[in-house]
Design a protein around this ligand. Structure first.
Ligand code: UD1
Length: 420
């Protein structure tokens, strides 16, 4: 398995361009299932999860390809089964359920099962689709959904704002008969991007970005060309890279308008973040970094996908920081690895107390999930000496050309291939 070898302690300096958003690209490409026409996507990041999504579309019978940051999906007949071998490698595969039911009136999708950062069930997705007339059976590890009469518009209130649940049901509602009202939906910018894509294909969606979304079902969605939004989590990770290395980075294509919670916390922690004509400029303020309290919440709150990286910033700050994880259980697996690098962190239930100021030291460490892996890379960049981050296939799921981007800003990081 490949690993990253990092020689830490170099202040990063330079310009980094933010890639297209993984979490927007996956549902938006999956939404092609609901589209009766050819679709072209641009600004798509070159990531493993994107390739897996394309593979899934090809398995379903929609000829799809990735080339130079663009994905094309051709129109064509579709089958209904998302097999276990694929779904087990990417939980977001479950997002084909809604559009398949809407278009084919039947779907067989392997149950995603648990993953490293918690149980992550899909009960909210299924309950909402049932309200729209779908019936589900669990057969040999597969969710088998049927709606022979087609989906019907319904009034649905989610128990809590699930991102995937909102996306799955939104895609289904576009082709349902009549109006669907979705309450207590997730408000993440990636959901707004998905709704904008669907509207560009002829859907009638209103309210995306607020807590209530209204959808008037249409007969068919037509093809279009669509550019995926930039990745706010990748951008946030680079802002922190500037902070923990005491460097200065200029981020191009940084979606700062969607990053208020993170940017506010970074500023409170002592970073200077400036919007300029060239992009977003980030550096540590003159008084250094100081501890702040962080609670992860659904958007517009502080994103759980930035918790691990922000913890590294807090390791480098002065004072004690209380970090609470409210979205996923079991999302502190980076803590033990950071402690091995010299961090002082104590976890009690869903809270972590980070005592900042301890010098980080390079060490061999292991990524347990995507954002945990990103946090270990940040810690490696900040630490004295050499860090080897193993199991970086997790990091490859969400960061396009990470080594190249960081190296261009002066980082001493390289990928060690398995055979080396
Ligand atoms: C998406 C993001 C992920 C991010 C998360 C929260 C993608 C591909 N992934 O994941 O990076 O960390 O949003 O911002 O966009 N839950 C249930 N029942 C359900 C659905 C969810 O109990 O039917 C629970 C989950 O176990 C979890 C929480 O709700 O504890 C949040 O899940 P959700 O918002 O659905 O996240 P994902 O769509 O899986």
């Amino acid at each position: 398995m490949d690993s990253f070898l990092i020689e830490g302690g170099v202040p990063l300096k330079g310009t980094i361009s933010v890639s297209g958003s993984k979490n927007a690209a996956l549902p938006i490409i999956m939404a092609a299932i609901a589209v009766d026409g050819d679709v072209t996507y641009t600004n798509v990041p070159d990531l493993r999860d994107v390739k897996t999504t394309i593979k899934l579309l090809n398995i379903l019978g929609r000829e799809s390809a990735f080339e130079n940051g663009a994905v094309t999906v051709k129109n064509g007949e579709m089958s209904i089964e998302a097999p276990y071998d694929l779904v087990k490698t990417m939980r977001a595969s479950v997002l084909c359920l809604g559009p398949l039911l809407a278009r084919k009136r039947e779907a067989k999708v392997s149950l995603p099962g648990g993953c490293a950062i918690g149980a992550r069930p899909v009960d909210q997705h299924l309950a909402a689709l049932e309200k729209m007339g779908a019936k589900f059976d669990l057969e040999h590890g597969y969710i088998h959904g049927r709606c022979p009469e087609g989906l019907k518009g319904a009034h649905i209130r989610f128990d809590f704002p699930t991102v995937g649940g909102t996306e799955n049901v939104l895609m289904a509602a576009c082709l349902a008969e009549g109006e669907t009202v979705l309450e207590n939906v997730a408000r993440e910018p990636e959901i707004v991007d998905l709704a904008n894509f669907l509207n560009a294909c002829g859907a009638q969606i209103e309210g995306q970005g607020s807590t209530v979304i209204r959808v008037q079902g249409v007969e068919r969605l037509h093809g279009c060309e669509y550019s995926v939004m930039p990745d706010r989590i990748e951008a946030g990770t680079f802002l922190i890279a500037a902070g923990v290395t005491g460097g200065e980075l200029l981020l191009k294509n940084c979606p700062i308008g969607d990053m208020s919670a993170v940017v506010d916390k970074l500023r409170s922690a002592g970073m200077v973040i400036e919007e300029t004509d060239e992009g977003v400029l980030a550096r540590c303020g003159e008084n250094g970094l100081k501890a702040v309290k962080v609670n992860t919440r659904p958007h517009p709150g502080f994103p759980t996908d930035m918790q691990a990286q922000f913890m590294v910033l807090m390791c480098c700050a002065e004072g004690g920081s209380l970090m609470e994880e409210n979205i996923f259980e079991n999302r502190f697996m980076h803590v033990q690895e950071l402690v091995r690098m010299g961090a002082d962190i104590h976890v009690t239930g869903s809270s972590a107390m980070v005592s900042g100021g301890a010098k980080l030291m390079g060490a061999p460490v292991m990524a347990s999930d995507l954002r945990a892996g990103a946090a270990l890379v940040l810690a490696g960049l900040a630490a004295e000496g050499e860090t080897r981050v193993q199991r970086i296939y997790h990091v490859d799921r969400g960061y396009e050309h990470l080594v190249e981007k960081l190296s261009a800003a002066g980082a001493k990081i390289r990928r060690i291939k398995e055979e080396d």
